[in-house]
Design a protein around this ligand. Structure first.
Ligand code: SAH
Length: 462
């Protein structure tokens, strides 16, 4: 069983600092049922990869009376355990990378909270019931891009059909600590063949590693039950504790910062709403709608007869549904709205034929080399008559007290543009796709640096 984690973060040796495992060394640790080896198969200026190879010994498993597969008499020796990512992987991760998971990095403490582009490859995971849908439902809400390849049972005998084994690839801009905690919990939740006796202690482990994200996961019940092997009393206790955690977490968010961000965001949304109203649009898109704050405002205006929100992230969409009281909504209101998951870098027929699209604080989340795909999806294929697009104004960052120079407002931002950069980009897009464009500042302007946010209003010029 092989897990690899790659990053383009520079310098590559930072990965070694974060994992407390030197990039030049090959290291092995003993597990109760074999060994785990940690090494770096790749170290180049473009990418660094760390590998965790599990070498599970079926004889050790028998000696240690580890439960396995079952079914036929040799099953205790001949089974899938050496090849499948299971709870053994979680044990190995927590043993090999415990300092990382605890958020300690003595040499370079700032790395602990630094989000990096990571891609993970696991060969293989097993998902007996639910297959690909189950795998996606666990990882996509945490905003991973998920790539899955299902393996056939045997290449020689195609008629035997598909196996329950998948190669799984995940990628995201995230901290390593969060990434490892996701794997630690979700891999055993996929693989139901637990090797240990599930006890009260497992609840503590689950809640510790799931802290800060599990309580908000839309499938927390499924994950908890599967992780605890469907033991009802344990799952019930764990879910109760997750609910409590959710409550306190909400109270802890710093009030002041929230108020400041919120008031700027409300201003921004009001500006967007005003533009949409003035455009005369009836059928509108909110692309990258996030938690549905704009949709909530749009719903109050009768002018908008059809409102479609899309986002790449399931978690955001389910929060949007909560925010809109989706389940209690009157059928007539519900008919006006549609929310669905989709990425703005892929052509999507469902986005065609609208009067207007709002794209509020979204483009700075895209990789710069994906911008061209985004431009074509929105301006060439979806082609709404009006496009209202906002993005932060980087020049204004100097006004934020606690912001370091050259950092971004959010860790997930891939770039932030000056007014000149934004206007140059927008004019090029307008010209290429036959739109006109004008610019509106958002928020109070400060001399020399402009307003906190900037808006481009595009109109299709037949
Ligand atoms: N427009 C919302 C949310 C802004 S946050 C608001 O103003 O409140 C940025 C949003 O863009 C996030 O919800 C993120 O999931 C979404 N996003 C990022 N990349 C995306 C992509 N490729 N396709 C669609 N949505 C994306």
């Amino acid at each position: 069983m092989l897990l690899t984690i790659s990053t383009n973060h520079q310098p590559g040796t930072d990965l070694g600092f974060l994992l407390h495992k030197h990039t030049e060394k090959f290291q092995s640790i003993n597990l109760s049922i074999g060994q785990a080896h940690i090494f770096y198969p790749e170290q180049s200026p473009e990418q660094t990869t760390v590998a965790l190879l599990l070498d599970i010994d079926p004889i050790d498993m028998v000696k240690n009376r580890v439960r396995s597969g079952g079914g036929f008499s040799l099953a205790q020796y001949v089974n899938d355990r050496p090849y499948v990512a299971s709870s053994f992987l979680s044990v190995a991760i927590s043993k090999a990378f415990s300092t990382t998971m605890n958020g300690t990095c003595k040499a370079k403490p700032e790395l602990v909270d630094t989000a990096m582009d990571f891609s993970v490859r696991i060969s293989v995971v097993s998902a007996p019931r639910g297959g690909e849908i189950l795998i996606r439902s666990l990882f996509e809400p945490l905003c991973y891009s998920v790539n899955i390849q299902r393996h056939t049972l045997d290449d020689q005998f195609v008629e035997w059909g598909d196996s329950r084994y998948f190669t799984l690839e995940l990628s995201q801009n995230i901290t390593l600590k969060e990434l490892l905690s996701h794997l630690y919990v979700l891999i055993p939740a996929l693989d139901q063949d637990k090797h240990y006796f599930v006890s009260q202690q497992e609840i503590d482990k689950l809640l510790k590693k799931g802290k800060g994200w599990l309580s908000q996961h839309p499938h927390k019940e499924t994950i908890t039950r599967r992780y605890l092997l469907n033991l009802r009393s344990l799952s019930y206790q764990a879910l109760e504790r997750l609910r409590e955690e959710n409550d306190t977490q909400e109270q802890e968010e710093t009030q002041e910062e929230k108020v400041r961000q919120e008031s700027l965001h409300q201003k921004r949304l009001k500006c967007v709403l005003k533009q949409l109203k003035e455009s005369g649009a009836k059928r509108v898109l909110d692309l990258g709608c996030g938690e549905g704050k704009l949709i909530k405002l749009l719903l109050k205006e009768k002018q908008f007869t059809q409102i479609v929100g899309t986002d790449v992230c399931y978690t955001s969409l389910s929060r949007a549904k909560d925010r809109l009281y989706w389940n209690e909504m009157a059928p007539r209101q519900k008919e006006r709205i549609d929310l669905f998951q989709g990425a703005l870098t892929y052509k999507d027929k469902r986005l065609e034929g609208f009067d207007a699209a709002a794209i509020v604080e979204v483009i700075e989340h895209l990789e710069e080399d994906r911008l061209e795909a985004f431009e074509r999806v929105v301006f060439e294929h979806a082609k709404p008559t009006t496009v209202i697009l906002t993005t932060p104004n980087r020049e204004f960052n100097s006004q934020f007290e606690n912001m370091k120079t050259d950092s971004f407002r959010h860790t997930d931002h891939r770039f932030e543009w000056t007014r000149h950069e934004f206007e140059t980009w927008a004019k090029k897009v307008a010209e290429t796709f036959h739109y006109s464009v004008s610019f509106v500042p958002i928020g109070d302007e400060v001399e020399g640096v402009g307003a906190p946010s900037q808006m481009g209003v595009f109109r299709y010029a037949h």
